[in-house]
Write a protein that binds this ligand. Structure first.
Ligand code: ADP
Ligand code: ADP
Length: 216
């Protein structure tokens, strides 16, 4: 079933056309990798899908309905976006892992947080660790966990492994495989990493604001 459907989506900033006439269908459970030269519009495209930015033309449907019909909070619950730089909030790991619950006005599931920390090689006691005391790789693990604490249907990843060393890259990639394979989360990932491009089940190529391959 098609989860995301873009028809003739465009984005202009003033006189500049950044995305033009994007037709694209993504099915539930897919793992789509987006690649293309710097400035080709990859970030703009995923920000539009994440509803962080509004398209200036075309149609964008999620689960069969225009994204304009969704309550923004409800939409963000279903479509999660991970930034290029792992931005951690507040002071502690707990502040980060509880954040998704707070914005949804749900009680924090501490048991799940502790199990998830264990899964990513952190300890239960690290819940109250200061984020400034985490290594770069741990920061990205916590940032990613924050985005999946409440299972989204779609996880959008904007170069989340850029700047990580090989070991952390491999670990983050194994987390993403888990989210996709075991949790069934649809993944849309921008990457410049050739091994990640090679591993993609579906590669969407962008150039000059247009899709040049993989649209289906
Ligand atoms: P990519 O992620 O592929 O590097 P982006 O989506 O970040 O590409 O940007 C595509 C192009 O649009 C770039 O040339 C960028 O400078 C330009 N751009 C992005 N946002 C804006 C904006 N708000 N106003 C003007 N130009 C923008
Ligand atoms: P299970 O597969 O039975 O959920 P796991 O030991 O794999 O058990 O995971 C324990 C907890 O951590 C579960 O709540 C699971 O959803 C969560 N979890 C497992 N892997 C990840 C992951 N990569 N990212 C976030 N949470 C995870």
């Amino acid at each position: 079933m098609s989860l995301l459907e873009l028809k003739g989506v465009g984005y202009r900033a003033g006189e500049t056309t950044i995305l033009e006439d994007i037709d694209l269908t993504i099915n539930a459970g897919e793992w789509v990798t987006i690649a293309g030269p710097s400035g080709s519009g990859k970030s703009t495209l995923v920000r539009i899908i994440a509803s962080l930015l509004s398209r200036t033309s075309g149609e964008l449907n999620f689960a069969g309905k225009s994204i304009d019909t969704y309550d923004p909070v409800a939409y963000r619950r279903r479509v999660s976006y991970s930034f290029q730089q792992p931005t951690l909030f507040g002071e502690t790991v707990r502040d980060n892992l509880s954040f998704p619950y707070q914005i949804r006005q749900l009680p924090f599931d501490e048991q799940r947080a502790v199990a998830a920390l264990d899964y990513v090689g952190l300890a239960a006691g690290d819940l109250d660790k200061a984020v400034i005391d985490l290594s770069g790789g741990q920061r990205q693990r916590v940032a990613l966990l924050r985005n999946v604490m409440i299972y989204p249907e779609v996880l959008i990843l904007d170069e989340v492994t850029a700047g990580l060393d090989a070991e952390n890259k491999a670990f983050v990639w194994s987390m993403i495989r888990h989210f996709n394979g075991d949790d069934g989360i649809t993944i849309i990932a921008i990457t410049h990493d050739q091994s990640e491009i090679d591993a993609a089940t579906r590669l969407l190529s962008l150039a000059d604001g247009r899709v040049t391959g993989g649209a289906r």
